[in-house]
Design a binder for this molecule. Sequence first.
Ligand SMILES: Nc1nc2c(ncn2[C@@H]2O[C@H](COP(=O)(O)OP(=O)(O)O)[C@@H](O)[C@H]2O)c(=O)[nH]1
Ligand SMILES: [Mg+2]
Length: 283
Amino acid sequence: MAAVSSASDTESRGRNPPERRLLILGGPRSGKTSTANSILGEEAFDAGVETTHSNVGQTQIYGRRVTVVDTPAWAIPRDTEEEEEEEDGDTETDDNDNAGAESESPRMPPPSLDSEGASMGAILCPPGPHAILLVVSVAQPFTDVHRRAAEEQLGALGGGTWRYSMVVFTCVDKLPKGVFIEEHIANTGEALQWLVERCGSRYHAFDNTRKNTEDNTQVPELMEKVEEMITDNQGWYFEVNELILLEEEQARRALEEERMRMEEHARQREQMIGGPPEVGGAL
Ligand SMILES: Nc1nc2c(ncn2[C@@H]2O[C@H](COP(=O)(O)OP(=O)(O)O)[C@@H](O)[C@H]2O)c(=O)[nH]1
Ligand SMILES: [Mg+2]
């Protein structure tokens, strides 16, 4: 079981206004960084390029300190991705049943060797996030492969995460006119419905192209939903298990060592193909 702690005990005694900590997770190019920037009210991080390391930003919303952690994309397993493509070849599947939303799912890149797991994001907002925002673009398909990736990622945090999770839909500006997010959820298929239900039917729709104008209430509305969730969770927040962090760090080190071994191997091969190194000036 994951450790959880109460937000009320230490924070309410401090002089600082109670902080809200948001951890942003999601698949490749789902709009995580853009969402982080929208919440922060500034272009704090580079959107549109792959995020390889978690970033932390802070802002004030209605006098409350809000910490936002943007993270690299979670991994979509390669083998299952290929399975999915094979399935797609047979029949028209759910992917095309996206409430008419333009399908522009990028080919999922393999996770970068140096990309960090969700646990790293979680420890960047100590003592742990009040809300885990699962970012899903309405302009991309959401199939069983994506569902499993989400499940694995949250599971890797150590269990007990769903009660802190909420789906944040991005690119709602790309939904056909008159199609509301509820209709999109209903029409997109079981995988997405599963995700929303798993998050206790908590979701929020975001259009990251909307700049912070007075009539733009999407961030305050998101924060209201976060407050409701915190109330439902009696002020508790999610605290990542240190053992999991340790395991993740070990896995990262092993990957890094493997990469260095491969580079060394490639270097040696290059030297052999290029012939023995010249013997300088002895003749
Ligand atoms: N139209 C539209 N584009 C978006 C929205 N959110 C993100 N994008 C675009 O989607 C692309 C990927 O966004 P980014 O935030 O970098 O995704 P990340 O890889 O998940 O961090 C970028 O080109 C963004 O400009 C949105 O709400 N509407
Ligand atoms: Mg990003």
